[in-house]
Design a binder for this molecule. Sequence first.
Ligand SMILES: [Ca+2]
Length: 108
Amino acid sequence: MNAVVVGAEIEVTYIEPTQNADSSPIQDLDHTSIYADGGSGANKMLDVPASSPNGGGAVIQRISVPVSDGQEADVSIWATAFDGSGNESAQGTIVTIRIDKLAPAPPV
Ligand SMILES: [Ca+2]
């Protein structure tokens, strides 16, 4: 998982899993979901359809920045994977980036 700020969005990149939780090859990957927490709790930002039922695809997606104007906050971002039966994986690697929409006070 990697995340970088691109303008008003965060570009998130990661690789879909190729295994189930027991290390067997996955054959029913349905989608991955991108979550973000800007300090007010986890929000599911995006569902990304699987590249194939066997996973392994490189995902590049952009999500909106969950920080309002006039705020500065650390945003944690992670992804999970879902199979066709609705089972959700554990959290993937959590990446935290500082989003600064807070201007300084003027000089005096
Ligand atoms: Ca399964």
